[in-house]
Design a protein around this ligand. Structure first.
Ligand SMILES: Cc1ncc(C[n+]2csc(CCOP(=O)(O)OP(=O)(O)O)c2C)c(N)n1
Length: 204
């Protein structure tokens, strides 16, 4: 993948960044009713904290489902850009989804992995992403060619801008710190589903 800055070779080479800070920069870039599916864990809490949009869905309860849900939305609505925000622990739980995305290769799907090296919401247990598994390498090996660690905040912005305007699928790995989220998502699954369906125009 061509890029204007040197791509980090691994997670260890990427700057440790703030999830909330990255999402504060990401959300205002969404001007075309792009869908965003936030995974269980602190990732969807900070998505909520930055500001709810009708096209946001917040996964509660099950790990590993942000990317499968986003993949389904991307296939159902090919004109819409769809982003999955997933934690490293949750992606490790459902790692096979990267093979499915690589094989199906939806052009309108982008995955952002918030990799803090652990299962923070349940107490900070260390995950394999901290001690051996490089999730960007796994994505590339699954055929998601446009996979990169974000070197720093400016590179993250550049990768998101490209994902918004160029064909994917994309995977953007973010090496983040283990700061707590700024707020807690409203826990009302029926309301979350209903608002999302209306936000995508599939329910009146
Ligand atoms: C199938 C399943 N196993 C375990 C849990 C308990 N659980 C909920 S969130 C979580 C950790 C999520 O880690 P990660 O996706 O890395 O997000 P972080 O909390 O680090 O932001 C765990 C173990 C669950 N909800 N579902």
């Amino acid at each position: 993948m061509s890029a204007s800055v040197n791509q980090p070779r691994s997670r260890a080479d990427a700057k440790v960044m703030s999830r909330y800070g990255l999402l504060q920069s990401f959300v205002p870039k969404l001007k075309k009713e792009e869908a965003v599916i936030g995974g269980i864990g602190w990732t969807n809490f900070d998505l909520w904290a930055v500001g709810h949009r009708p096209q946001n869905f917040y996964m509660l309860g099950s790990m590993g489902l942000a990317i499968p849900i986003a993949h389904g939305v991307a296939i159902a609505q090919p004109q819409r850009k769809v982003f999955a925000l997933e934690g490293d622990g949750s992606l490790l739980m459902e790692l096979s989804v990267l093979a499915t995305v690589g094989a199906r290769a939806p052009k309108n799907l982008a995955i952002i992995v918030m990799d803090n090296g652990g299962y923070q919401i349940t107490g900070g247990q260390v995950a394999a992403s901290e001690v051996g598994t490089d999730l960007v390498d796994v994505a590339r090996a699954c055929g998601i060619k446009q996979s990169s660690w974000a070197a720093d905040e400016a590179h993250f912005d550049e990768l998101v801008d490209r994902a918004l305007t160029e064909d994917g699928p994309w995977l953007i790995g973010c090496h983040i710190d283990n700061a707590k989220p700024v707020a807690t998502t409203e826990r009302d699954p029926g309301l979350i589903r209903d608002r999302f369906m209306r936000g995508l125009g599939v329910k009146k």
